[in-house]
Design a binder for this molecule. Sequence first.
Ligand code: PLP
Length: 360
Amino acid sequence: MWDNLEIVVEKTDLALLKEKPAQDKLGFGAHFTDHMLRMTWNKEKGWHDAKICPYQDFQLDPAAMVFHYGQAIFEGLKAYKNEDGQVFLFRPQDNLERMNTSALRMCMPRLPVEKVLKGLKALVYLDRDWIPTNKGATLYIRPTMIATEAALGVRPSEEYYFYVIMSPVGAYYAEGFNPTKIFVTDKYVRAVKGGVGNVKTAGNYAASIMAGREAAKAGYTQVLWLDACERRYVEEVGTSNIFFRINDQLITPPLGGSILAGITRDSVMQLVRSWGVEVVERQITIDELLAACEDNTLQEAFGTGTAAVISPVGELCYRDQKYIINNNETGELSARLFEELQAIQGGRSEDPFRWVVRVG
Ligand SMILES: *Cc1c(COP(=O)(O)O)cnc(C)c1O
């Protein structure tokens, strides 16, 4: 693993290794492991100085372009450990390819996918003792790229950092796999076609915080986003993709430029197709959805994303009206997908799609 890495490895002094947090009090993204991966880009040298080093602060010029015009992209994936201590990543190559799609749109440099994947595996292996072993807990991995050139002109930066940090996270559903309450907003929008909704770029999340906060104040977990032009077509839920099961058919909005191409979304589609469930990518209006809820043809609804995997929806609130889905219970397909995806990711189930990559 350490041969041909072309990445310098600077290990943290044993005496300086951090104390690991209690496994039952991890939360999300609150603790970080002992090491990070980092690499620098400039016009002359391209990507260089790749290294795995102790987790540490950056020193950046206050004029660094990321602070002003937001050239910042990221990814989210996880490492899982099975009962035998074997470590796995789930579709890591797809995350890095997607990061390159994001980089292209934001005029940032392409990553060398093979090299980064090797470095990522080495980093996960080095910090493998941080991967939690209790049920549902995982190691969340956050690759990030930022513009670091000190200059105030609005143009692509000529210097960048790429880095990967990792955080042990607790089971998303600490109190059981229960449906969430979702607030449908027609006041705010997340993304427009032609914009950057299909890019994992920092500004999208900054722009979504206010809607999320208003939903939380009203007692809802997440926001359901409608399209920006007509505010009729369902797009995503929070930072997850969304699926509806209506008349035994699974429906998800098509990727039209304003929706993030979720890897969990793609995995769900492939998996349920292999089970003989019909899946269609088509536009669905909020009116059609609520009508299906009222005449009980809407059997279940769930969000998909790396953090929660599957997130069942039990209630929608739209224009002060409440709509209950499936008696506010977790649907049959949601539950099956949650179990099966977790089993594949954790190396406990067969992997017919060859999604899982072994580390070490
Ligand atoms: C990351 C993300 C998703 C989910 O993508 P996964 O690859 O499944 O984790 C969906 N929507 C948005 C807006 C996201 O940022």
